[in-house]
Design a protein around this ligand. Structure first.
Ligand code: ATP
Ligand code: MG
Length: 394
């Protein structure tokens, strides 16, 4: 029996004329996700995309891979058969056998896109429903909340028979909403922020600031590990590791202590913005959440934002830590995030950070670093660029 996967794309249908481009990107992303399993064939339909697998493919693995592709509302596995009622009934009985045996109630839904098919949808449902009742004595019909819905679709060449569909990752295909730089630390929040913006179709470039010897190589490995997890939902993430030691020392040596973190934040934003322009990115992303720490009060955020002109996206802004943690557990980054390595943010942290900083004071603190532009340039020039994807980094 030939089995295929039918993908129902989500918000794509709303995109009118752009729909074709959106679908093409979705197909490219699905092809990438399925690549380790072989060469799949994609056929666009009205509101579904049909995926044909190479012979002998493990469709359970294909299923897990597709669950991480944004832009898929739902998908289902389906059996393909000839377009006649005899074949359809036989296929439904065999293909869904164990599920039908284990249910108490069912209903049949028929969709007939080939209007030349001799039976109308209600007739198809009635005939297949009768067949199922005769062969599965455990079942009765419940049209309102059945344990299983058997769906038959009559298409151009074949009929498809399927059971329940599987919920997809939702969102928009990565790459349909442009590119943005995510500032990624080894913490819990920024990987969640990265994931959330990917879900809205944004392709990421990542920037991480490292301050050896204050931060260890293990801290850097941790960030790479996190980005591998995040890239399971996209493709390769171009990542810049920016040496930050000299800048942090300059902050420590020149600025009033209460402003250390804010000046550091502003410098991180400036460097990220320079990278964004080079990488054709239109926004910056951080894992900040209002008032979570001193550098994330609205006063502090205003001072951070003023350092750059690109928009700053903070998808965690209104979330509690508990909510952020629950997303991080779901996407598999939590365990890595809580490994105990220093981040450059925890180096030289002030005892009494300003929670209501005035922009003018922050800028005055920053201007105490006389050679700031040179230090920034040097850090940018010595940044290391790596490519990270779910399988490997190189
Ligand atoms: P996270 O869990 O993402 O580290 P956090 O609550 O610990 O967040 P901070 O350490 O204050 O908060 O960092 C706020 C944001 O600044 C982070 O979410 C991240 O976007 C960015 N950031 C912090 N440290 C770094 C770093 N070393 N490299 C790049 N970005 C960083
Ligand atoms: Mg942090």
């Amino acid at each position: 029996m030939k089995e295929i996967i039918l993908v129902k794309n989500g918000e794509l249908v709303l995109k009118g004329l752009n729909r074709n481009t959106f679908e093409d990107i979705l197909i490219k992303n699905m092809r990438h996700a399925l690549y380790p399993l072989g060469e799949f064939n994609f056929v666009k339909g009205q509101s579904t995309i049909m995926i044909e697998s190479p012979a002998g493919t493990d469709l359970d693995e294909a299923e897990s891979a597709l669950k991480k592709v944004f832009g898929i509302a739902a998908f289902s596995r389906a059996a393909v058969c000839e377009k006649n009622m005899g074949e359809i009934m036989k296929t439904a009985g065999e293909y869904l056998k164990s599920r039908l045996e284990n249910a108490k109630t069912f209903k049949v839904e028929a969709k007939r896109s080939d209007k030349a098919f001799p039976l109308k949808s209600p007739e198809i449902s009635r005939e297949l429903g009768g067949y199922i009742l005769r062969h599965f004595k455990n079942l009765s019909v419940d049209v309102h909340s059945p344990d299983i819905t058997v769906t038959v679709e009559i298409r151009d060449k074949y009929a498809f028979v399927r059971g329940e569909s599987i919920k997809g990752a939702g969102g928009l295909p990565v790459g349909t909403s442009g590119r943005a730089v995510v500032l990624i630390s080894g913490g819990i929040d920024s990987p969640v922020a990265a994931y959330m913006m990917q879900k809205r179709g944004i392709e990421l470039v990542a920037v991480h600031f490292a301050s050896p010897p204050y931060t260890s190589e293990l801290a850097e490995m941790k960030v790479i590990e996190l980005l591998k997890k995040v890239s399971q939902y996209s493709k390769t993430i171009t990542t810049y590791i920016v040496p930050f030691t000299k800048l942090q020392e300059a902050i420590r040596d020149n600025c009033p202590e209460g402003y250390f973190t804010l000046v550091m934040r502003r410098i991180m934003m400036k460097i990220s913005e320079d990278i964004a322009r080079k990488q054709n990115c239109r926004a910056l992303i951080t894992g900040e959440s209002v008032a979570q720490v001193a550098s994330q009060t609205i006063y502090a955020l205003q001072c951070t934002d003023e350092a750059v002109s690109l928009p700053v996206f903070r998808p965690c802004i209104g979330m509690d830590k508990e909510e952020i943690i629950s997303v991080s557990r779901r996407i598999g980054t939590f365990e890595t995030s809580v490994e105990p390595y220093e981040d450059c943010c925890t180096v030289f942290t002030p005892k009494h950070p300003k929670t209501r900083p005035e922009l003018a004071d922050v800028k005055a603190a920053e201007s105490k670093i006389e050679n700031l532009a040179d230090l920034i340039k040097e850090a940018e020039e010595s940044a290391r660029k790596i490519f990270i994807n779910a399988g490997k980094s190189y």
